[in-house]
Ligand binder design. Sequence first.
Ligand code: GLN
Length: 273
Amino acid sequence: MKKILIALLVVAVAVASCIALIGCKDEEKKDEFIVATNAAFPPFEYKEGNKFVGVDMELAQKIADKLGKTLVVKDMEFDSVILSVASGESHVGMAGMTITDKRKETVDFCNPYYNASQMLIVPENDTTFDGLTTAAQIEEKLKSLSGVTIGVQRGTTGNYYVKGDADWGFDGFANVTCKEYDNGGLAVKDIQNGQCNYVVIDEMPAKQIVETSNIVNSSKKVKVISVPLTEEEYAFAVAKGNTELKNQINSIMEELKKDGTFQAILDKYFAAE
Ligand code: GLN
C-alpha cells in the first residue's frame, strides 16, 4: 500500500512539473520578440561572427527593447521567412522584404521603411550593357540575348523578375535561363566561376556583395550596372490579422524616425556608399 502511494506521489510530482515546465515555456515565448530573417543580405542582415548585424537587425533590437521583450533572431532561407511568420513560429519577418500583392495574401505588412530596386551584376569586363541608362533599354537587351544564365536568390522578387511570373507582374526573358541560389553571394561567386553570366538582386546587397566578391576573388572582378530595374518598397511582415503588433511596430518606427535613430542606423551601414 505504502509503495503504491509513493509511486502515485512520484507520478503526481512528475506530471505537475511537466505542466509547470510547459507553462514556463509559454511564458518565455510571451517575453520574446521572435524575428525571422535570412542573414545573407548585407547591409540589411548578415552575420559578423555569431552576431546578427545590419539595418534590419539593429531595428529589430530597438523594436524589441521598446516592446520590453527579448530579441530572438531565427536565421533561415529567405523563402521560409513568410511561412515562419504566417505559421506563428516567428512574430515578424525582417528581411529586406519587398511588399507585393502575392505576399499580402499570406502576411500583413507594416508601413514601408525603404525604397529599393533590382539591379544587374555582370563581370567587370562585360560591355553588353554599356551606355544603357533605363530599365526598358536593359530589358530589351536581355530579351535579345540567348544562351544566357542569370543567377538569383530563390523566392525573391529578383527570382520572379528574371523567371517571369504573372502573379508577380513580371514577363521574364524568354531566352534567359534563371538559376536559383540559396543567397546572392553564392550566385555572384558563380559568375566568377563561369557558371552563370549575370546576377539580379536588390541594389544595396548587389553593391555590398560585389565589393566582398572582388576582394575574395580579385582576378575575376564583377560590377553593378547602376540602373534600377524595378521599384520596390521594403516592409516588415506580421501574421495576417495581427493588427496589434503591426500598429506597435508602425508607431515604434515613427519614433525611431523622429528621434533620428533610423537615419543613424542607415548612415552606419551605408557609410561605404
Ligand atoms: N527584396 C527582395 C524580396 O523581398 C529580396 C529580399 C532578400 O533576399 N532578403 O524578395
